[in-house]
Design a binder for this molecule. Structure first.
Ligand SMILES: NC(=O)c1ccc[n+]([C@@H]2O[C@H](COP(=O)([O-])OP(=O)(O)OC[C@H]3O[C@@H](n4cnc5c(N)ncnc54)[C@H](O)[C@@H]3O)[C@@H](O)[C@H]2O)c1
Length: 367
């Protein structure tokens, strides 16, 4: 039986990722053209989309007419009252994730919440507690963990092909929220977004580094770049340094002023280097050193490009979430996992304020 779902928030990420996947379709006319996230639709999703909610009545009506969903709401709480709905996607501005997740958990729905899971650690903890109390699954939608290429990269690291990893560098950048979702001003408001590029998209790259390394961060420091127009409340760019529990160090950067889109992580190990680049012709490239024994610091080196794998093992995030519900299995990006990635980026804000290294776990000072 298909899992019955409702989608709360029908903006860009719903149009480009959640709705196409729930509907097993490649594209929605309304989304403004094909998305680079379309590959995520490759795995059939055994779900039935039964309801949509958005405060913008015109938008929700327009989408519902395209996708033939009969139940539409401008108050998400009414959607949650629908008994037949077993699970929800929460695709609203960041400051609403906690309130909506807690309400959904109390209504007994499984939850897939967009990243960042919340804007504060207290909110994230309350979401986790609500999900446990109500015995529902809470998954945080960290898109970049999915797909064949991150999976291949994870296998290479786990097989130890690079030896011990000593340093990781990562970058995520795009042209900014004005390009992604025109008119979505909330991205540029501190209270609504929780910050700027660091919480907005830096959380993707920090989460990916954490997951691929399989290690926890113990120290974070960082610097925020210029504040973004028109409100001058949130940063356009930020850089961070991280120390992991085994001494591995990482540096990562995030930007809402990078054209074209760039998402890349490089793992530097004792035996070689692996680059994972999203959208590249060769998304995973391994360069391994061949010691020449002649005192040449460059060594000899070779390149290994893993065979392109077309299909992801887990499917896209939506297929995976639905399969977890069907198998009664806790998704691997649980609330606790999402909170660790959130904590890392919030620590960058703390460090930029105090000028000090932040030791994890840390307690946020109330704003
Ligand atoms: N995983 C990814 O790669 C990815 C990409 C982009 C955005 N996101 C995340 O997805 C979320 C939404 O981003 P977006 O780009 O779709 O933003 P958006 O502004 O395009 O869409 C948000 C939608 O939520 C609606 N909304 C606002 N308040 C509401 C309420 N009270 N009830 C119901 N609907 C309400 C808005 O009307 C809007 O249509 C954010 O958390 C963002 O960080 C994730």
């Amino acid at each position: 039986m298909p899992v019955k779902v409702g989608v709360i928030g029908c903006g860009k990420v719903a149009q480009r990722l959640h709705l196409p996947q729930y509907l097993n379709t490649e594209n929605l006319k309304i989304s403004g053209g094909p998305s680079r996230l379309l590959w995520l639709c490759e795995t059939p999703v055994d779900a039935e989309l039964v309801a949509l909610a958005d405060i913008k009545e015109d938008l929700v009506k327009n989408i519902a007419s395209q996708v033939r969903v009969k139940k539409i709401f401008t108050d998400y709480r009414k959607l949650l009252e629908e008994k037949e709905i077993e699970a929800v996607s929460i695709c609203t501005p960041n400051y609403l994730h906690a309130e909506m997740t807690i309400a959904a958990a109390e209504a007994g729905k499984h939850i897939l919440v967009e990243k960042p899971m919340a804007t504060t650690l207290d909110e994230a903890q309350a979401m986790i507690t609500a999900a446990h109390k109500n015995k529902v699954f809470l998954m945080v939608e960290q898109t970049h963990r999915f797909g064949p290429n991150p999976e291949v990269a994870k296998e290479i690291l786990e097989e130890g092909l690079l030896g011990r990893i000593l340093y990781v560098w990562g970058k995520i950048g795009h042209a900014g929220p004005e390009q992604w979702s025109p008119g979505a001003d909330w991205f540029l408001q501190k209270k609504a977004c929780g910050g700027g590029a660091m919480i907005g998209i830096g959380v993707h790259v920090f989460d990916l580094i954490r997951w691929l390394l399989g290690k926890e961060a113990v120290e974070v420091s960082g610097t925020l770049g210029p504040l973004r127009k028109p409100y001058f409340e949130v940063e356009s760019n930020a850089v961070a340094h991280v120390k992991f529990e085994d001494g591995t160090v990482a540096g990562f950067e995030t930007s809402w002023s990078t054209v074209p889109y760039q998402m890349k992580v490089i793992f530097y190990g004792e035996k070689g280097t692996m680059t994972l680049s999203f959208g590249a012709d060769n998304p995973v490239v391994v360069n391994y050193g061949i010691p020449t024994g002649v005192g040449d610091p460059n060594c000899g080196w070779g390149t290994f490009i893993p065979e392109g794998r077309k299909k992801s093992k887990s499917g896209g995030p939506i297929a995976y979430f639905i399969n977890c519900i069907k198998r009664n299995e806790q998704p691997f990006i649980s609330g606790e996992e999402g909170m660790k990635s959130l904590e890392g980026v919030l620590a960058v804000y703390e460090s930029s304020k105090t000028g000090k290294v932040v030791k994890l776990p840390f307690k946020e000072v109330k704003k």
